[in-house]
Design a protein around this ligand. Structure first.
Ligand SMILES: Cc1cc2nc3c(=O)[nH]c(=O)nc-3n(C[C@H](O)[C@H](O)[C@H](O)COP(=O)(O)OP(=O)(O)OC[C@H]3O[C@@H](n4cnc5c(N)ncnc54)[C@H](O)[C@@H]3O)c2cc1C
Length: 594
């Protein structure tokens, strides 16, 4: 049946470019009876529409499908013809039934004590003392977790295996022994207290869109998939805040808030969860106007490594009471505690919105225009810069009709008057730096949304235009005035090293990414890309910037923290980690080199 489903799924248009993994879920579980997952477990990162599952239903020779969000809401998809036997097999296959606890199969794909991550020195990691106890400890843990969670604790290899690899980068790690799907803070507490007692590593998994190997287990243990914690607990419209469980996805939250006149403005990768966004201290295209994740979290419920539950912050907009523990957890990448609930500030939805593009002679001219706009206090809502090769990619893949030159995508929001005023000042400023006339895309005929979706979908466009290549998304951030020089020098450097690297920049924040298409299995290509990336990071740090503006440290940026911070600073970070997680069970192998 698995092969037939795979065949059927391949016939569906949404997956034409991407691999799928098929999962028949136990009938009694919270998941739909048959799910077709994108190539990462329970996440939607290959669907830029924020939808979690694809429910496939057989009907004669047609496969109809519905896109099912993690909150159970459904949207119909297109019906697609597939061959008769595939449809018949689907139709006839009995609904899977819940089974008794299967026996635990302790297979992992990498030998104990070794890792094939290119960034673990010598392919070895230090084997923690407790690894020797794994088989017995894991058996014990598994039966205890089944007692707490029933079939929401799984040892199914098909379910566990995809966690080994980060879908968005070259990082690889270990297959976890157990995957669990808690539904409440109490269940997370029960899981962590047991893992801590048995010294078993735990990785929190939101939607897996982070791109520095954050969710890849470095030591095999337990993955806590937060997808079932997707309740909106309370919306306080008058206070402009919302209380959510950590598995809620930002796009879905905004859909649900549509009628309130409010929205949550942080917009990282499509489908990212609030817990994961807190984990990486993310941002997105709206950051120039609204700031980053750290600015929008008021209150957290966090389960510590030993199972204790702490609450941080209040719902008040200002709070000077003691240490700011909320911000300690924001950006901690699941290494200090597991967030189960968050109170988030909400912003007013702007009355009017307008999108325009503007071409510039060089990337440097475009960057200079942006820093002048910010310095002059022009309240642009988004300023996204694309290099000429990125503009060409979008034309080739999305038919965007852009001039093939460095291009800024502007978004203006506010009242009609504010938008108009902002457009006029921006046009004047752009002209000073050789920019073309702004070309507007209208909201009424859906053009502005289409253009913005194309910008958000650069990653997919690059993937489809470079078949057979994988993508490595880099991330640095510098003080605004340094952006023109740092970008120019970096592009020159990449060109000299022969590394293709289309640029996208959240230019209003001094934050830029180069997207490198390459073959991860080719050591020569990897070496050149690593070299170019390291030089870019050194340049950013020398300019007073950071090795990561929004993606976080994960596995990929660990070694750069040494360039970033003095030893004393790192020691303080380590002592915080030791205090909150003395047994180092929470996402070990991330942030710190040792
Ligand atoms: C196409 C694309 C575009 C992107 N664009 C942006 C962008 O513009 N800006 C940006 O900042 N990022 C961007 N990202 C990166 C990504 O979307 C963010 O890092 C996002 O915050 C990750 O959310 P997630 O739910 O997928 O988290 P995951 O990947 O599941 O987890 C991220 C980290 O948080 C931890 N974690 C997860 N849940 C919890 C929890 N409940 N409690 C504690 N820790 C937890 C994990 O252990 C991990 O360390 C992009 C990614 C893609 C693929």
């Amino acid at each position: 049946m698995r092969r037939t489903l795979q065949q059927a799924a391949k016939a569906l248009p949404v997956f034409t470019r991407h691999q799928t993994a098929i999962q028949a879920a136990p009938a009694s579980s919270a998941r739909p009876p048959i799910c077709v997952y994108p190539s990462a477990p329970h996440s939607n990162q290959h669907q830029p529409h924020g939808l979690a599952h694809l429910l496939v239903v057989a009907a004669g020779s047609l496969i109809a499908y519905e896109l099912v969000s993690s909150r159970g809401r459904r949207r119909p998809g297109h019906a697609e013809s597939v061959d008769e036997p595939a449809a018949a097999a689907l139709k006839d296959s009995p609904a899977p039934r819940a089974t008794d606890a299967p026996s635990l199969s302790l297979t992992t794909s990498v030998k104990e004590g070794e890792s094939d991550s290119p960034l673990v020195e010598g392919g070895k990691y230090e084997v923690p003392r407790h690894v020797d106890d794994f088989p017995e400890a894991m058996q014990k843990l598994y039966s205890e977790l089944r007692g707490v969670l029933g079939d929401r604790a799984s040892v199914d290899m098909d379910e566990r295996e995809p966690y080994r690899k980060d879908n968005w980068t070259y990082h690889k790690g270990e297959v976890p022994y157990i995957v669990v799907y808690p539904e409440s803070t109490e269940e997370v507490s029960a899981i962590l207290s047991r893992c801590n007692r048995l010294r078993i590593p735990v990785v929190a998994y939101g939607c897996g869109t982070s791109i520095e190997g954050h969710t890849v287990p470095v030591i095999p243990g337990v993955v806590i998939n937060m997808m079932n914690m997707s309740e909106i607990v309370a919306v306080h419209e008058d206070d402009c805040d919302v209380v959510v469980q950590a598995g809620v996805q930002w796009m879905e939250l905004n859909e649900l808030l549509a009628d309130t006149g409010l929205f949550f403005p942080i917009d990282p990768g499509p489908g990212a969860s609030i817990g994961g966004m807190i984990g990486t201290r993310c941002s997105g295209t709206n950051a120039v106007r609204y700031g980053t994740m750290k600015d929008w979290v008021l209150q957290l419920t966090v389960v510590l490594a030993d199972g204790r539950v702490v609450k941080t912050g209040t719902r008040a907009r200002k709070d000077s009471a003691g240490y700011d523990l909320t911000r300690l957890f924001v950006g901690s990448e699941g290494t200090l505690g597991i967030v189960t609930e968050a109170t988030l500030k909400l912003a007013a939805r702007p009355a009017d919105e307008c999108v325009a593009v503007c071409g510039f002679p060089t990337v440097k001219d475009a960057c200079k225009c942006v820093s002048s706009l910010i310095k002059a206090g022009i309240p642009v809502a988004c300023v996204e810069l694309l290099s000429a090769d990125t503009a060409k990619l979008l034309n080739d893949d999305q038919d965007c009709g852009l001039e093939v030159k460095p291009t800024i995508f502007f978004k203006f929001t506010g009242t009609s008057n504010q938008v108009q005023e902002c457009i006029e000042t921006t046009q004047k400023m752009a002209s000073r730096f050789g920019g073309s006339r702004l070309v507007f895309r209208m909201k009424e005929n859906g053009e502005s949304e289409k253009l913005w979706a194309a910008r958000k979908g650069v990653y997919w466009s690059l993937g489809s235009q470079r078949p057979g290549k994988e993508l490595w998304g880099t991330d640095v951030c510098v003080p605004l005035g340094r952006l023109p020089d740092v970008v120019e020098e970096t592009q020159k450097d990449f060109a000299e090293l022969g590394v293709e690297a289309p640029l996208i920049a959240h230019a209003g924040d001094g934050n830029f990414h180069l997207l490198i298409p390459l073959d991860f299995s080719d050591p020569e290509q990897m070496k050149r890309a690593q070299e170019a990336n390291s030089r870019m990071i050194a340049r950013a740090i020398a300019a007073g910037g950071t090795c990561t503006g929004e993606h976080g440290v994960g596995m990929g940026k660990k070694q750069y923290l040494l360039q970033h911070y003095p030893q004393e600073t790192l020691e303080v970070m380590r002592s915080i980690k030791k205090t909150l997680d003395p047994n180092n069970i929470l996402n070990p192998g991330k942030i710190f080199l040792d």
